[in-house]
Design a protein around this ligand. Sequence first.
Ligand SMILES: NC(=O)C1=CN([C@@H]2O[C@H](COP(=O)(O)OP(=O)(O)OC[C@H]3O[C@@H](n4cnc5c(N)ncnc54)[C@H](O)[C@@H]3O)[C@@H](O)[C@H]2O)C=CC1
Ligand SMILES: NCC(=O)COP(=O)(O)O
Length: 341
Amino acid sequence: MKPRIAVLPGDPSGIGPEMTARLLARARNIEAADLLLIADPLVLESGWRIAGVATPEPLRLRDLDALRFEAGRPSLLVQDTMGGRAPVLGESNAHSGKASFEAMQLATEAVRRGLVDGIVFAPLNKHSLRLGGLQHEDELRYMQERFDVPGFVCEFNITGELWTSRVTSHVPLKDVAALITGDAVQDAVRIIHGTLVRAGVEAPRIAVSGLNPHAGDGGSIGSEEIEVIAPAVRTLQAQGIDARGPYSPDTVFIGARRGDFDAVVSMYHDQGQIAMKLMGFEQGVTLHGGLPVPVATSASGSAFDIAGQGVAKIEGLQHAFDLCVRMARETAGARAAQAAG
Ligand SMILES: NC(=O)C1=CN([C@@H]2O[C@H](COP(=O)(O)OP(=O)(O)OC[C@H]3O[C@@H](n4cnc5c(N)ncnc54)[C@H](O)[C@@H]3O)[C@@H](O)[C@H]2O)C=CC1
Ligand SMILES: NCC(=O)COP(=O)(O)O
């Protein structure tokens, strides 16, 4: 069953629209799924012009009630958010933030109504999203609320075969230590364990990072490892999960790169992301874990510094698209079964 995927061009002022143009210029992507583009045509035109590629003319739709798909070309849910002006490139601004936030609102609405099986978005810019009206910690926490998902959700960053989850995400560093609780550590391990098992990894080997330099060095550089993280790891082990650690944050990825682990759980965003991005920035994928449908994007961001130059690489977005399509086949199958009664 072909999945239906909403595709969002990301922040209009960044490299998202040009990346989206390149993605859709690859015929295999148009064939892999029924695609619902959600964008102001002015944003798409800007991306298409910069990328200098030709793609099939989309089928224009007024609203979600009119949704239909035609083989060989994407459908386009037309937004009117740019006020008739092409995006200003290379800066955060409320106009672009509003356009990308509204596209996300429409995409989540399409999921809620069972119209699409997954979402892929080109890079967003969090500051612009805030200027455009987002009040949540980030887009994941916004979608969590829209999908009525209780409890813990978490970004997974994926490079090659290696996955990471994180105990805290888009919060100021000064707040991190207080958020490292036994429950939160267990949540971050369980969510990635469950996802990897569903993806076919029978007994995922999960390394848990410490918080402090050298994982606290026996308690001489902080006590979170002894008081919080190690007990959480023991609890998980007692439940049959192959969690190990806490490991020194600065070296845990040495073993991970060697293939010792399937996943690393980090305590905060940059602990995992610096390592992951150095190991494979251009292929990196972010998957939004814990949601009812796959929502994926590139690990790289809006890159205002190169927006409009036509040099943005798209491999991360391509990997995100491929992963989303693979995962969404399951949702599409369930949708078909339900329709068949
Ligand atoms: N997928 C998404 O929605 C993501 C969004 N972001 C957001 O992006 C914004 C900017 O984040 P930064 O930390 O500055 O990172 P960034 O990834 O936008 O840029 C970092 C550096 O990498 C280069 N770069 C990024 N993507 C590239 C690509 N596709 N091809 C070639 N070079 C590329 C940029 O030119 C820059 O030098 C923030 O608002 C952040 O929250 C960050 C990561 C992922
Ligand atoms: N929602 C995607 C995002 O927040 C950017 O990815 P990450 O670098 O924070 O994992």
